[in-house]
Design a protein around this ligand. Structure first.
Ligand code: AMP
Ligand code: ZN
Ligand code: FE
Ligand code: FE
Length: 292
């Protein structure tokens, strides 16, 4: 990456594929990223790194830098917080073991959700959901798609509003780990831990304690953040000396129109993240332009 050209370099560091609840393959996502001219992309599937290798190959072939990533569900003081892990080692045993636990609970949760639907006389089989999900980290959007496919609901919104959202009869909680454990897990895998879409969390008061506990950054740019909200979190990141990231949180066609291209992380923040990574690896960004 040429630092002098940083002003017109952009990245999307928050993306999902069909290895979690997105609808694009890694190759389709990389191709769309190329169309938007992204210099770098990350794949941040929920509780899964399954798609990262393919995404890496696809990005490489298109001249896009790939940053391995993941989005973990955590909690801090009873509040759900999503933590993004960047530059994680995809072969880290502890990380993979923990991800496996998340996935097992997600699979059990699908069976529990279909059981609850069956009790309401909604004849949805867990096998139908697993066939649609076809991945290790199935979630509620797959249940919603199955309900639509079987003619039991007419839209994703209907499925969530009637059955799947919190407080509705088929809602089942996910596995969560404490935010501090998630940060430690990401760190021991060589990654950076970033608070995802803070405006979607229940309050900013978690940022200071998380920063004190070693969180590395804030996702300031996100589809659900207005320009004003992004500025607010940029100020917070500055105040706590945190890295800044951003991305579209594109799920393909899962939530209507694909969001990729709607959020562009300016190159300056990409460079800082990359420099922090190289610094951690004790490398100089200029000395090793080919390093990941
Ligand atoms: P899960 O991880 O299984 O709890 O599912 C969470 C996913 O469901 C997230 O990607 C949400 O954005 C998505 N979701 C929540 N509500 C809706 C909705 N009304 N339509 C489509 N997706 C939704
Ligand atoms: Zn999702
Ligand atoms: Fe999230
Ligand atoms: Fe996400």
């Amino acid at each position: 990456m040429n630092p002098a050209a940083g002003h017109d370099i952009y990245a999307d560091l928050h993306l999902h594929t069909l290895f979690s609840d997105g609808t694009f393959t890694p190759e389709e996502l990389a191709a769309r990223g190329k169309d938007f001219g992204f210099a770098a992309m990350s794949l941040t599937d929920h509780d899964s790194v399954e798609g990262c290798e393919r995404m890496d190959i696809a990005c490489r072939s298109l001249g896009i830098k790939f940053i391995p990533g993941v989005e973990l569900t955590a909690e801090f003081e009873d509040k759900e917080v999503h933590l993004l892990g960047y530059y994680i080692d995809l072969h880290n045993k502890k990380l993979l073991a923990e991800i496996k636990k998340f996935q097992t609970v997600r699979q059990d949760r699908i069976r529990e959700m279909t059981n609850r639907l069956n009790q309401l006389n909604i004849p949805l089989r867990s096998e139908t959901v697993f066939a649609i999900a076809n991945c290790c980290a199935p979630g509620r959007p797959h249940v919603a798609r199955a309900l639509i496919q079987e003619g039991l609901c007419s839209s994703m919104d209907e499925a969530f509003n009637r059955y799947l959202k919190k407080g509705r009869p088929a809602w089942v909680p996910k596995r969560k780990i404490s935010a501090l454990d998630a940060i430690a897990l990401i760190h021991q895998a060589g990654g950076f831990a970033i608070v995802a879409h803070p405006a979607l969390n229940q309050g900013d008061e978690i940022i200071a304690p998380l920063a004190a506990q070693g969180v590395d950054g804030i996702e300031c740019f996100h589809t659900k953040h207005t320009a004003k909200i992004s500025r607010h979190y940029l100020n917070m990141a500055d105040h706590f000396n945190l890295l800044v990231t951003g991305g579209s949180d594109c799920h393909g066609f899962s939530k209507g129109k694909p969001l990729i291209g709607t959020v562009k992380l300016p190159g300056i923040y990409l460079q800082k993240l990359r420099a922090a990574h190289l610094n951690r690896k004790n490398l100089s960004p200029t000395a090793t332009p080919a390093a990941s």
